[in-house]
Design a protein around this ligand. Structure first.
Ligand code: SF4
Length: 349
């Protein structure tokens, strides 16, 4: 290892000894099930948002066997609001396979084979729970490494991933993998932040390429710009004698396995009259029916999509019916079903 690399690793560990104050309930945890749970919850989720979910999950399911035995609908309801429901489905599948095998895997390969576990999560669990020498690479680590070593290879390319993976593993002190992995992520979150990094007081600044050359705003580099798609959802609240029609979303799309009201999606914003002309609307409500309340509009921002949703209520006669993938449920029992956040926000109103 070169002097610059040794300096980096030593300084990260020294910094951690005096700044180990980023308190999180899963920090210093050794139970692989709790670590795995926290890592799955935190994928694409901020720490402050994920923390209450983590606490609720370990209270409801103190062991992986408890989670494995839980009914899917119950787990989805506990997950409600976190988004990315494929994560929840994979988590349950993984819990069931662990329970079936009799113990939590204790090798990197065994952990990486679990559903929903990628390279980062596998390295985090392997190093935190078992101190196995696998370096984590998340957004914080990419940023610290790119800046300190002045690397401008885009981090979202195969070449970039290869280069950073090799470097991260080269820097890893093999006997302190868990502590070091946590330390470098904390360092990225607290000191080498995306905006306004604390370079003036940073322990790495004497050898930091980006700081020395004034490049902190230019690295890390990404090759692709995130494209955000706009979608227009119109939920029809079809009420019949105190009951309401819902169905489970089964298509491979956002919110798979959650429930929703009958939905018409349009490629652009549409008022009610325009909506009535669409084949989707006419399939659901072929007869002219008056709305019973003004429509309500809500918006939800997902990573790759902005959802603009309108909710329109209709009161229907007792002979109205929908195809068999729809269910008519009592309105006061809607809380038994897991819905996407935008629908629970609407229901809270
Ligand atoms: S000097 Fe600045 S850019 Fe370099 S590692 Fe420290 S905080 Fe990050």
């Amino acid at each position: 290892m070169t002097d610059t690399k040794r300096f980096f690793t030593d300084r990260i560990l020294t910094w951690n000894r005096s700044h180990n104050d980023r308190t999180m309930p899963w920090k210093n945890e050794k139970n692989p099930y709790f670590i795995w749970l926290s890592e799955i919850i935190l994928q694409q989720t901020r720490v402050e948002q994920g923390r209450p979910y983590y606490e609720r999950f370990i209270a409801a399911y103190p062991t992986v066997n408890d989670l494995a035995k839980a009914p899917e609908e119950e787990v989805f309801r506990l997950w409600q609001g976190l988004g990315y429901y494929a994560r929840c489905k994979n988590m349950l599948a993984a819990a069931r396979s662990i329970a079936h095998s009799g113990k939590f895997p204790d090798t990197y390969e065994g952990i990486a084979a679990l559903k929903g576990v990628g390279a980062y999560t596998a390295a985090a669990i392997a190093s935190f729970a078992y101190n196995l020498p696998h370096a984590v690479l998340d957004g914080n680590v990419y940023r610290v490494l790119a800046r300190y070593f002045g690397i401008d290879t885009p981090i979202d390319t195969t070449a970039g991933k290869k280069r950073f993976t090799f470097l991260a593993n080269d820097l890893l002190p093999k006997n302190q993998a868990g502590i070091y992995n946590q330390a470098i992520m904390d360092f990225g979150a607290v000191v080498c932040k995306p905006q306004q990094p604390l370079c003036k007081t940073c322990t790495l600044s004497p050898h930091c390429e980006a700081f020395q050359k004034g490049l902190t705003d230019l690295v890390p580099v990404k090759s692709k710009k995130l494209i955000i798609k706009k979608r227009y959802f119109h939920f029809l609240l079809l009420e019949q004698d105190g009951k309401i029609w819902i169905r489970k979303r089964t298509a491979k799309d956002i919110w798979q396995n959650l429930h929703e009201f009958p939905l018409v999606e349009t490629p652009a914003p549409a008022d009610l009259e325009t909506l009535r002309q669409t084949p989707g609307f006419q399939r659901l409500l072929p007869i002219k029916t008056k709305t019973t309340a003004p429509g309500i509009e809500l918006k939800q921002q997902l990573t790759h999509q902005t959802i603009h949703a309108s909710f329109i209520r209709f009161s229907l006669s007792p002979d109205f019916t929908l195809p068999e993938d729809y269910m008519l449920v009592p309105a006061n029992q809607l809380d038994k079903y897991a819905f996407p956040k935008i629908i629970t926000d609407y229901l809270k109103r």
